[in-house]
Each structure stands twice: as C-alpha cells, then as structure tokens.
Design a protein around this ligand. Structure first.
Ligand SMILES: [Zn+2]
Length: 89
C-alpha cells in the first residue's frame, strides 16, 4: 500500500488594487477597498498632497503639512482638506 499524497487545489483570492492586501471573499475585499488608506477616493493621509512622511505604527503621525489631524493616532479618512498629490512632469 502506498502513502496517500496531498491533493492539489486552486483557491480564488480577492486582492485590493491599491495595496495588494488579499481576501478570501470578494465581499470582505470590497469592504476593505472602501476603507483602504491607499484608495484616493477614501481621501486619507496616504494619498494626500499635504502628507509628507511615513506613518510609524503605534506612533502619532504629524506628517500632515496642514496639521489637520494633530491628535489622531491613525490616518484621517474623508479629510476635508484632502488634495491630490501633484507629481512634477
Ligand atoms: Zn487596500
């Protein structure tokens, strides 16, 4: 008698087009996209022209040039002063 072998399987995963995070269900992936810091439609610090640095996990982020969120410990979403990042051409 031979030893049983593992069975090959292929799984479908759902990925955020902005940050590449993966999800087992399309529904949870869609929920993430609506909140993703890298989605410009969320108008969060990561995609804002006023943001100038790196967010250090667990630390206050004071990298907003307008200081729009001085007491926040996480990036603002739906910021009223959010602006597109302008890249020099
Ligand atoms: Zn994402």
């Amino acid at each position: 008698m031979t030893n049983p072998e593992p069975v090959e399987t292929v799984e479908i995963r759902w990925r955020c087009p902005f940050c590449n995070k993966g999800y087992a269900s399309k529904y949870t992936g869609r929920s993430h996209i609506e909140q993703c810091w890298h989605n410009p439609a969320v108008q969060a610090c990561r995609t804002c022209g006023h943001w100038g640095g790196n967010v250090v996990k667990g630390q206050r982020d004071n990298d907003c040039y307008l200081n729009a969120k001085p007491d926040a410990y996480s990036a603002v979403k739906g910021c009223p002063v959010w602006t597109e990042i302008v890249t020099p051409s």
